[in-house]
Design a protein around this ligand. Structure first.
Ligand code: T1G
Length: 688
């Protein structure tokens, strides 16, 4: 039973009981509708609605969105509540999101507990409120607030909801308070649907449209949300509902909503594979080697999770730098109101920076975040082996280097695992957990347990150059440099990828991270690079010219006055010169073709990564590309997007491109297999 009901005299208690978060599926809708009839038959004086467990209701059950909606439909259920002569009070303890907030707004009164939240985040799932939210919310909080809440999807805290009059009161015990509410006072509250819609205000509408154009470019749902809100301002409530419903139903079957749902559930399915049968080591005191930007970010994430963190450095300057970096993150957290003074002091009390490895003598996990050199890392691991308990797990935050080579320097290589964080480590949600040839299940379980503690999205990766994400990134950059050398420009390439949905194209992104990192990797790969593979020398020339990106004031672009990017004719000339030296004809690539080549290059590489078992499944590759590399979330990630193209079509195009360069465009056997068998990449598995 997803909805329970009982009454004490003339007061009814209805509880949504659909764990874990009271998602509103068909059975909950049915239960609520029956409860309206029940309350009316008993002529109750009020119904107090609550949610069992940690949520009031987390919204419509998104797992039902792929099917045709079953009756009763939520708008009808909520109209029954709103129009009933028995007033309902929503006693909100936990989150009231989407359909959950719509239920609460259909109630005559809302009482929230201090820690609860209320909001309409439907646009984050590529839809709009579909049960009256676009019509009831403006009536309760006004047009400006409603436009903001619905088009951006950000929930309100209880205090914010009180300030906007979305909730009547904030009380520690909403259920009890609801019982105490004066019946006359309750009877005087006008049903939400009967409230007047706010005045139409063109400037507010225009402003809201401008905001979403900047914050969620190319996304359809926020635009439609504003359209539906605006449409409802000048027509009666019940005439506006079908407009809202039609837009909701159309959006939920669209590509963007499917993609966003895919990522929503993929994110929640990112857990330790069942095949790993081991317990984590104790996660209390964790050593971090290296107090630079990465090490300090990792240490701060550990402190935020309530853990003890000791940064180990090579000398006093390093220790001072580590302390400065961590203190800067603590101050930033205080300034942004993300942590309290008390928590900040707790962080400081649990943080140590030292050159003395013995300071981490009881740490059962160490994360090495030192300079990206194998020799440096081997030296660090040797010191960790001497200082830490013999069964402590030794992790490396390397972005590219061979975990197996590192592990081979230890008498017990099973203790070694890769924990690849993304900068800034305390913000980026992705964590690549790299399994070496001898990595133990205990080491892997420890990685996943840490990922959970840090609220990261953990993805298991095998060992190869760049693991999942950086290997795809390297192919992406190579494809970009190829069209640049053969006729395009950094500006055109970046523009093409921004039109696809990236917030930033590959060249502007590399100017941020620095051209020297990729240069060091190319030098490292010189000895093993396939001599038959075409090599694009432009980026090397850039580094020779000292054009390392924003950190040197110029890279692929110039940034006069540190402001926006400006084309640099020197860079353009470099490509013309190199293509001339290579006797290559230059082509005027259109944005569509640039986009296609860069995406196919990534998809083909990702298919090899999946085929080799470096990634467990396509879903993990989607998580890596979205949460680590800026792939547009509303496209569902690289492989989800690839499935909208279809394996056959991709293989056909890749075969054409391989005429140009059979090495770089060698078609992935996995893609060939999918094309032959009609299998989606989402269902593809590594070759056996
Ligand atoms: N539908 C189906 N399953 C859901 C769900 C939902 N709306 N929300 C959560 N789950 C599952 C989730 O997959 C996971 O499952 C478990 O609950 C715990 O979630 C008509 C159209 C509520 C803040 O956008 O933001 O209403 O992995 O791991 O970190 O207008 O879940 O255990 O099997 O995320 O504590 C609008 C979505 C829907 C809110 C809890 N609602 N959910 O976070 O736990 S559209 C939302 C969340 C709508 C109406 C429209 C979060 C949470 P499993 P979790 P959490």
């Amino acid at each position: 039973m997803s909805v329970t009901k009982r009454n004490e005299a003339d007061v009814g208690y209805v509880e949504i009981d659909n764990p874990p978060v009271n998602a509103i599926g068909q059975s909950v809708r049915q239960g609520l509708l029956e409860a309206v009839r029940w309350a009316e038959e008993l002529h109750l004086t009020r119904v107090i609605l609550s949610g069992k467990g940690r949520a009031f209701a987390a919204g419509a059950d998104a797992r039902e969105f792929d099917q045709a909606p079953l009756e009763p439909h939520l708008p009808d259920v909520l109209n029954a509540i709103d129009e009933s002569f028995v007033p309902w009070i929503a006693a909100i303890d936990g989150v009231a999101l989407g359909g959950g907030a719509e239920v609460a707004m259909a109630c005559r009164m809302r009482i929230m507990s201090p820690g609860s939240q209320i909001g309409l985040p439907e646009v984050t799932l590529g839809v709009i409120p579909g049960a009256g939210g676009t019509q009831r919310l403006p009536r309760l909080v006004g047009l400006a607030k409603a436009l903001d809440m619905i088009s951006l999807g950000k929930p309100l805290t209880a205090a914010q909801a009180l300030a906007t009059k979305l909730t009547h009161t904030v009380e520690d015990h909403p259920l009890e308070e609801a019982y105490m509410v004066n019946t006359e006072e309750l009877g005087c509250i006008v049903p939400t649907w009967e409230l007047p819609a706010p005045e139409h205000d063109a400037s507010l509408i225009t402003q809201a449209r401008a905001t979403i154009a900047k914050k969620s470019p190319q996304q359809i749902a926020p635009v439609q949300a504003i359209d539906v809100i605006e449409a409802g301002l000048s027509i009666p409530f019940h005439e506006a509902l079908p407009i809202e419903r039609a837009a909701f139903l159309e959006l939920k079957t669209g590509d963007q909503a499917r993609a966003l749902r895919h990522i929503f559930f993929a994110e929640r399915a990112a857990k330790m594979p069942d095949s790993i049968k081991a317990e984590t080591v104790e996660l209390d005191h964790i050593a971090v080697v290296g107090g630079g930007t990465m090490g300090a970010g990792i240490a701060y994430a550990l402190l935020n999770a309530g853990l003890r963190a000791t940064i180990l450095e090579t000398d006093a300057d390093g220790v001072a730098r580590a302390k400065t970096n961590v203190e800067a993150l603590i101050s930033a957290g205080l300034k942004r109101g993300l942590i309290t003074e008390e928590r900040a002091q707790g962080h400081r009390d649990r943080f140590v920076a030292s050159t003395d490895y013995a300071q981490a003598g009881d740490a059962m996990l160490a994360i090495e975040a030192a300079f990206e050199s194998m020799d440096v890392k081997k030296d660090v691991f040797a010191k960790l082996v001497d200082a830490l308990p013999k069964d402590a797990i030794l992790a490396s935050n390397t972005s590219y280097l061979d975990i197996n080579e590192l592990a081979a320097t230890l008498s017990d290589p099973s203790r070694v695992v890769g924990l690849h964080f993304f900068a800034p480590a305390h913000i980026m949600k992705l964590l690549e957990i790299v399994r070496g040839a001898q990595t133990s299940d205990t080491a892997l379980a420890t990685g996943f347990a840490l990922g959970k503690k840090l609220r990261k999205i953990p993805v298991l990766a095998g060992v190869c150059d760049g693991f999942i994400g950086n290997r795809i990134l390297a192919r992406y950059r190579e494809a970009a440099d190829t069209v640049f050398m053969d006729g395009s420009t950094p500006w055109e390439v970046d523009e093409a990828m921004e039109m696809f949905g990236y917030a930033m194209g590959p060249y502007e992104a590399q100017d941020l991270s620095g051209l020297d990192i990729a240069h060091a990797n190319r030098r490292r790969q010189d000895a093993t690079r396939d001599p038959n593979r075409r090599y694009i020398p432009i980026a090397d020339r850039m580094v020779e010219l000292g054009k390392l990106g924003r950190k040197t004031g110029a890279g692929w672009y110039r940034y006069p006055g540190g402001n926006g990017k400006v084309d640099d004719p020197i860079v353009a000339d470099l490509a013309i010169e190199e293509s001339h030296l290579a006797k290559r004809d230059r082509t005027d690539y259109k944005a569509e073709e640039i986009k296609e080549r860069l995406l196919l290059a990534m998809i083909n590489e990702a298919a090899d990564i999946l085929d080799e078992g470096i990634a467990q499944n396509a879903r993990d590759i989607d998580l890596v590309t979205v949460f680590g590399y800026g792939f547009p979330r509303w496209r569902g990630g690289l492989m989800h997007y690839a499935d909208t193209l279809g394996a056959q079509a991709m293989v056909t195009r890749l075969r054409e491109l391989s005429q140009e360069d059979p090495v770089a465009w060698k078609v992935s056997p996995l893609l060939e297999r999918c094309a032959d068998s009609g299998t989606k990449l989402a269902d593809a598995r590594p070759r056996s």
